[in-house]
Design a protein around this ligand. Structure first.
Ligand code: URA
Length: 409
């Protein structure tokens, strides 16, 4: 098939067949289709969208590009969860032990940060020694022994997504709904999930900035799930404000521990973690959400979720006693009295990245101890001179504009 004809067909808004999609995408993976042609096709998909048939075909092509993991001899319904990415999103560190402590096997293969959003694997690497490179054999053994694993992606799982995502990242084609849906769903299906929960973030700190798009993505992922015989549930959650108080790797691990120990009970992070865990438990144990929620809350009150977290860290060779945040702390104070009306998630993500919590350039080294901790949250009353947030600073001390971050009226 002629690559140019395939691109042109999509440019004209026509439907591509499975074979056409197969040829051009596999051609790209094999190095026969150059970046500029794949970029043109991705942009045409971004602008003209895809039919459901095309999306199912693309998801299959992605899944078939690599290995499929088989965890069928692990007893129990394996429920996987995926977030489309946000600022301060440490939900995996909290919900995985909650769900596992209720006997549902959790096999979580997490990723690194992208853009301004942090990744679970980077957060876990802030715990000295923690292994993120478990083999398939080690995963199976650990799930049998402990019921929980959080590791990096193993082996050759959806290699197509790796190359296409890298190209999307630099061609302004990341937020295409069909491309997001097939990227995420192919990874979840290839990783052997029986049921899947997707946390779709919407807001200025997320991939999608409006609810209509989030709803479209949700419907699409549910349809892909149906096509593959997987139950998919979705939650659309707000990403105009960061999740919880902390942004930055070690700080976020500490905050996750506080939630698991029942010390943080009244913010958006705890609420979302309870909501996500409730859905996962309801799917995994096939019980009502009401029953599931009671069980979830109990794992926090009785300490079993926190114990599971500690065992997970120990089993993967992490030393939680060596978790360190930067000792240099700058307190940022309010210039006036008022009420916090808004905290801009995106600006906090940028500040945290510039402090060194993420990579600005491919070769940068992450500073695990830096980040931001919010002292005042939305709707809090502040007096002039009150500390709004603390910056945990390492080698870099970036400039910022307070008005871009906090809106106080
Ligand atoms: N997360 C993914 O894994 N893929 C996307 O396309 C977007 C977010």
């Amino acid at each position: 098939m002629i690559t140019l004809d395939i691109i042109n067909k999509k440019r004209l808004g026509k439907e591509l067949s499975y074979l056409e999609l197969f040829d051009i995408f596999n051609g790209y993976l094999d190095g026969d289709v150059p970046d500029y042609q794949m970029s043109a096709l991705l942009m045409a998909i971004c602008i003209n969208g895809m039919t459901d048939e095309e999306i199912f075909a693309l998801t299959k092509i992605f899944i078939d590009s690599g290995d499929r993991l088989d965890f069928s001899d692990i007893k129990g319904i394996k429920v996987d969860k995926h977030s489309t990415g946000g600022i301060g999103d440490k939900t995996t560190l909290i919900i995985a032990p909650i769900v596992a402590s209720l006997g549902i096997p959790v096999i979580k293969m997490s990723g690194r940060g992208l853009g301004y959003t942090g990744g679970t694997i980077d957060k876990l690497e802030s715990i000295p020694g923690y292994r993120i490179d478990l083999s398939e054999k080690e995963i199976v053994k650990q799930v049998h022994d402990l019921g929980i694993v959080i590791t990096g992606q193993t082996g050759n799982l959806v290699p197509m997504d790796k190359v296409i995502y890298a190209l999307r990242d630099v061609t302004a084609t990341v937020s295409s709904i069909p491309l997001v849906a097939s990227s995420i769903m192919s990874k979840k299906i290839a990783a052997g999930a029986d049921k899947i929960l997707i946390d779709i973030k919407v807001g200025n700190g997320a991939l999608l900035t409006n609810r209509e798009d989030a709803k479209k993505l949700s419907d699409l992922m549910i349809k892909i799930g149906e096509f593959y015989g997987r139950e998919v549930r979705t939650i659309i959650s707000d990403m105009n404000v960061p999740l919880g108080r902390c942004v930055g790797n070690a700080l976020e691990v500490k905050e996750a521990i506080d939630v698991l120990r029942g010390k943080e009970t009244d913010n958006n992070l705890t609420d979302l973690c309870i909501e996500l865990s409730t859905d996962m438990v309801s799917m995994g144990l096939q019980i009502s959400k009401k029953q599931a929620k009671e069980m979830v809350l109990n794992t926090i009150y009785n300490g079993s979720a926190y114990m599971k977290f500690l065992k997970l860290i120990e089993r993967q060779k992490g030393d939680i006693s060596k978790l360190k945040v930067s000792e240099k702390v700058i307190k940022v104070k309010s210039p006036k009295d008022g009420i916090v009306k808004k905290i801009n998630a995106l600006e906090l993500g940028k500040l945290s990245l510039r402090l060194g919590a993420g990579k600005e350039e491919m070769d940068d080294k992450i500073d695990y101890g830096v980040g931001v901790k919010l002292n005042k949250l939305v709707d809090d009353e502040v007096k002039k001179g009150d500390v709004l947030f603390e910056m945990y600073v390492g080698k870099k001390e970036p400039e910022y504009n307070l008005d871009d971050i906090y809106k106080i009226d």
